[in-house]
Design a protein around this ligand. Structure first.
Ligand code: PMP
Length: 404
C-alpha cells in the first residue's frame, strides 16, 4: 500500500497553486512530474562532476563517465536487457523510433511492407511513412474496433512474407488501450519480421521485460517516468543493432577516421554520436530507482483504483462519453461531453487549477476513426488521489453549466 501523503510530499510541484487553486495534475500522459531526488540529482551533477564523458583521462571525466555507464546498467536491469550495449541513450521515444526507421532504409526494397497500428502516436507513424517514401515500401495499417482495441484477426491477415517490420505501441496514449504485444511479437517472428514496441505510455505503469517479450526494439522517454526531458532509451537486440547502419555521424561513434574511410565504434557508441545529455542520462537512472522504490505493484494498485473511481464518477456527468473502452486499459480516460468542444472544457477547468489534455493527442487517425475533433484526456499517475478526481468532476459540471 502506498502512503500517498508521503509520496505526494516527494513532488514539490504538487503543492503549488495554479490560477489561485491547488494544482490537480492529470496530464501525466504528456509528462510526469519530478520528485525532489531527481531535481536534486540534476544540480548535484552540475555542482560536483560535470565533465565530458568517454574522452578525458582526468578525474571528473572519469566520474561522469562512470555515472553515465552505471545509469545505463540500471536501465538495462530495469528492462532486463541481456547486454548493457543493447541499451542506447536517446533524447526520447521520437528519437528512438527515427533511429530505427532510418536504419531500415538500408534494408527495405520496393514492394516490402511496414505494418503500423491504427492506435499510434504520430511519432510512430510519420517516421515509417518517410521510410516508405524513401524506399518504395508500403505502409499497411492494423485496424481497431469501436472499443479502441486492435483487431488481431486482421493483424494475422496482414502479416505476410512482404512484412519486414511491425511497429505498435504497448499502450495507447490517446485511449489507454493495452495492446496484446506478446501475441503480436510472436506472430511477427513467425513470418520473419522485426517488431518495434513504442513503450512511451507503458513504462510509467509497468516494468517491461524485453527478453521475455522477445521484441527486437523497445523505445521510451525518460520524462514520462519522473526523469528529465530530453532523455530516453532505445533497446535493440544486439544482432539488429549490429545490422543497422549508424543514424548520425560525428564524434564518439567512430573507431578510426580518415578522408578515405571511417570505421565505426562498437555498440552502444556506434549510435551515440556527439556529446549526449550527460546529466539527463545519469538522472534517468535516479528516476528509475525512485519508481522502483515506490514499486510497480503499488503504482498499478493505486492507478487501477483511480481508473475505476474516475470512470464511475465521470459517467455521472450527463452527456459524457468515454472513448477507449478496451478490456485491458491503463489509467487514462479520454472523453467528450455532448455539444461542447473539448477545448472549452479544458480552458475553463484550467482556471480552476486542473490540468488535463485537450485535442487530438498527436493521434489524429484515432480522432478521425471516431469522427471527433479531439477529446479531453485525464491521465492519472500513482501520486494522484480520488479527492482530486472529485475536484475535477465538480469543475467539469460547473463548466458544463456555463457552456450550455
Ligand atoms: N509514443 C507515444 C505512445 C507517446 O505517448 C509519446 C508522447 N506523448 C510519444 C510516442 C513521443 O514521445 P516523445 O515526445 O517523448 O518523444
Amino acid at each position: 500500500m502506498l502512503d500517498i501523503n508521503k509520496i505526494r510530499a516527494d513532488f514539490p510541484i504538487l503543492s503549488q497553486k495554479v490560477n489561485g487553486k491547488p494544482l490537480v495534475y492529470f496530464d501525466n500522459g504528456a509528462t510526469s512530474q519530478k520528485p525532489q531526488v531527481v531535481i536534486d540529482a540534476i544540480s548535484k551533477y552540475y555542482q560536483e562532476i560535470n565533465a565530458n564523458i568517454h574522452r578525458g583521462v582526468h578525474t571528473l571525466s572519469q566520474l561522469a563517465t562512470d555515472a553515465y555507464e552505471i545509469s545505463r546498467g540500471k536501465l538495462q536491469n530495469h528492462i532486463n536487457a541481456k547486454f548493457a550495449h543493447e541499451v542506447l541513450f536517446t533524447s526520447g521515444t521520437t528519437h528512438g523510433i527515427n533511429l530505427v526507421a532510418n536504419g531500415f532504409a538500408s534494408i527495405l526494397k520496393p514492394g516490402d511492407e511496414v505494418l503500423v497500428s491504427a492506435l499510434e502516436h504520430h511519432s510512430n507513424i510519420v517516421p515509417w511513412q518517410m521510410l516508405c517514401e524513401k524506399t518504395g515500401a508500403t505502409l499497411r495499417v492494423i485496424p481497431m474496433n469501436e472499443n479502441g482495441e486492435l483487431i488481431m484477426s486482421e493483424y494475422d491477415k496482414l502479416l505476410s512474407d512482404k512484412t519486414k517490420i511491425v511497429t505498435v505501441n504497448h499502450i495507447s496514449n490517446a485511449l489507454g488501450t493495452v495492446n496484446p504485444i506478446k501475441y503480436m511479437i510472436d506472430k511477427a517472428h513467425e513470418i520473419g519480421a522485426a517488431i518495434l514496441i513504442d513503450g512511451a505510455q507503458a513504462v510509467p505503469h509497468l516494468k517491461p521485460d524485453v527478453q521475455e517479450l522477445d521484441c527486437d526494439f523497445y523505445v521510451f522517454s525518460g520524462h514520462k517516468i519522473c526523469g528529465p526531458t530530453g532523455t530516453g532509451i532505445l533497446y535493440g537486440k544486439e544482432a539488429w543493432l549490429n545490422k543497422l547502419p549508424p543514424y548520425q555521424g560525428g564524434g564518439e561513434m567512430i573507431k578510426e577516421v580518415t578522408f578515405e574511410k571511417t570505421t565505426y565504434a562498437e555498440l552502444p557508441h556506434k549510435f551515440e554520436a556527439g556529446t549526449p545529455n550527460i546529466a539527463g542520462g545519469i538522472v534517468l537512472g535516479t528516476a528509475v530507482d525512485y519508481m522502483n522504490e515506490v514499486g510497480f505493484d503499488n503504482i498499478q494498485q493505486q492507478e487501477k483504483e483511480l481508473l475505476e473511481y474516475g470512470t464511475k464518477r465521470l459517467l455521472e456527468i450527463e452527456g459524457l462519453k468515454i472513448f477507449g473502452t478496451a478490456k485491458e486499459k491503463t489509467s487514462v480516460i479520454s472523453f467528450n461531453i455532448e455539444g461542447i468542444h473539448p477545448y472549452d472544457i479544458g480552458t475553463i477547468i484550467d482556471k480552476l487549477g486542473i490540468a488535463v489534455r485537450t485535442g487530438h493527442h498527436c493521434a489524429q487517425p484515432i480522432m478521425n476513426f471516431f469522427n471527433i475533433p479531439g477529446t479531453i484526456r485525464a491521465s492519472f499517475a500513482f501520486y494522484n488521489t480520488k479527492e482530486e478526481i472529485d475536484v475535477m468532476v465538480e469543475a467539469i459540471k460547473k463548466a458544463q453549466l456555463m457552456l450550455s
